[in-house]
Design a protein around this ligand. Structure first.
Ligand code: EPZ
Length: 425
């Protein structure tokens, strides 16, 4: 297992270029199952999770060429099985996004139920409810999900919660169903819109993505296409917070301001200056005394749950006490304990964390990444903590942030990556 050694750095300065969105490219790669023709995807970030999804596609019989020099992945060929090996599913919950396309394309799918993870139980009941509504027979035996359908038929699917994954899975399955489907109370994230754009370029007939009601008119078949993935709004927010926590001045490039409105609003509430500049967003907190605020995570367009941990790190450095309310996942405060080991004195009560901003700076400590975004938060805290911070189990971070260390060091951070022999699992 590797770890990051993070030295206290001064204010970050310069420009950082955002990579393609992990949470857009994963469902888009899964959607290539819906056609045998060539799909070329650009701006693909080099991430562990993308690599796992490519391995899943290969295990299904697809040909996948990964060319990270050009951030391009080319998928072709047809699937020759409907089973995804457990050892791949357990690595990444998003493997389950293949369920819908697989049933739609081959009439069957056999996938291990994705486990929970540190942030919550991560059920799949809404995915299954949707596939059943479209006519699939879904059986769960010993945590193996077996789905089959001669021909999916369009129908109305109401999501009890606007689940991102369930919206994506059902939208992909409905694309090849007979007749029209409507997903009510659909998730509205930009990644859903990017997936719908990709599917429509393949010949699908999808309207309303990005709203809470998505209409999918099923078609006979889909063809190959080319597509450039949207920039990663959570990486964008993470580097915006890196500028603020270090009291620096950074231009975050290749990002979409509309995708990060809540993060912009909250940084301004804290007193940072945030302005749009060309294809980027400039965050300037140089010499500023930032102030406490309150944050409540919500499904898009609310404050993103994936930004909760990085933002909490910032709130430990501002004046006054902040509150953070996590409404999306039931257990997404593990990073709070790790930040408290650095002197943050965060109190967690159920889904609400109280974050006393402190005049006293954080102190460097040995901490462990609990999940992707929690790990990133600990690195950000290490930028401003007195002394040295060791962030362990950074494979979590490498799942979702491309060249995180390099991009931070380019801005003036001092992060080195070392193997961690004691923690070799
Ligand atoms: C996606 O996960 C993202 N992952 C997550 O990002 C993100 O945190 C999440 O959406 C919320 O925005 C990818 O896109 C690969 P959900 P997903 O289904 O689809 C409940 C990251 O850090 N739920 O919207 O799994 C669930 O328990 C990752 O990049 C059900 O109850 O999220 C949770 O409380 C972490 N039944 C809530 O919905 C279901 O069938 C949100 O989950 C499905 C979900």
């Amino acid at each position: 297992m590797a770890k990051f050694i993070v030295e206290k750095a001064g204010p970050l300065h310069g420009e950082v270029v955002i990579s393609g969105a992990k949470n857009a490219v994963l469902p888009i790669l899964a959607a290539t199952v819906l056609t045998d023709e060539i799909c070329t995807i650009y701006d693909v970030p080099r991430l562990r999770d993308v690599d796992v999804m490519c391995r899943i596609l290969r295990s299904l019989g697809k040909t996948v060429e990964e060319d990270y020099g050009n951030h391009t992945v080319i998928v072709s060929g047809s699937v020759n099985t409907s089973t995804i090996p457990y050892e791949l599913v357990k690595k990444m919950r998003a493997s389950f996004f293949v369920m819908g396309p697989l049933v739609a394309k081959t009439g069957a799918a056999n996938i291990a139920q994705p486990g929970g993870c540190s942030i919550g139980s991560r059920p799949i009941d809404l995915h299954i409810k949707g596939l059943r509504k479209l006519g699939a027979k879904v059986v769960i035996e010993e945590s193996l999900v077996d789905a089959s359908a001669q021909q999916l038929t369009g129908d109305l699917v109401y999501l009890d919660f606007p689940s991102v994954g369930a919206t994506e899975n059902i939208m992909m399955a409905a694309a090849l169903a007979k007749g029209t489907s409507i997903i009510e109370n659909a998730a509205e994230e930009p990644e859903i819109v990017d997936l719908a754009n990709f599917l429509n370029k393949m010949g699908a007939k999808i309207k309303g993505a990005g709203t809470d009601s998505i209409r999918i008119e099923g078609v006979e078949s889909l063809h190959g296409t080319k597509h450039t993935v949207i920039p990663d709004r959570i990486e964008t927010g993470t580097f915006m917070v890196a500028a603020a926590i270090s009291r620096g001045n950074v231009l975050v490039r290749n990002c979409v301001s509309d995708h990060v409105r809540p993060v912009i609003a909250k940084l301004i509430e804290c007193g940072a200056s945030v302005s749009e500049e060309g294809d980027g967003i400039r965050v300037n907190a140089e010499g500023m005394h930032l102030k406490a605020t309150s944050v409540k995570t919500m499904p898009y367009p609310g404050f993103p749950t994936d930004m909760q941990a990085p933002f909490m790190a910032l709130l430990t450095t501002v004046e006054g006490t902040s509150t953070v309310n996590e409404t999306v996942f039931e257990n997404r405060f593990m990073h709070a304990d790790e930040l408290s080991r650095m002197g943050a004195n965060i109190r967690v009560d159920g889904r609400t964390a109280t974050v006393p901003g402190d005049k006293r700076p954080l102190t460097g400590a040995k901490v462990v990444s609990t999940d992707l975004r929690g790990g990133a938060a600990l690195v950000l805290a290490g930028l401003v903590a007195e002394g040295t911070t060791e962030v362990g189990e950074i494979y979590h971070i490498e799942r979702g942030y491309e060249r995180f260390k390099e991009k931070l060091n380019q801005l003036g951070a001092k992060v080195i990556r070392v193997e961690d022999p004691q923690n070799d699992q």
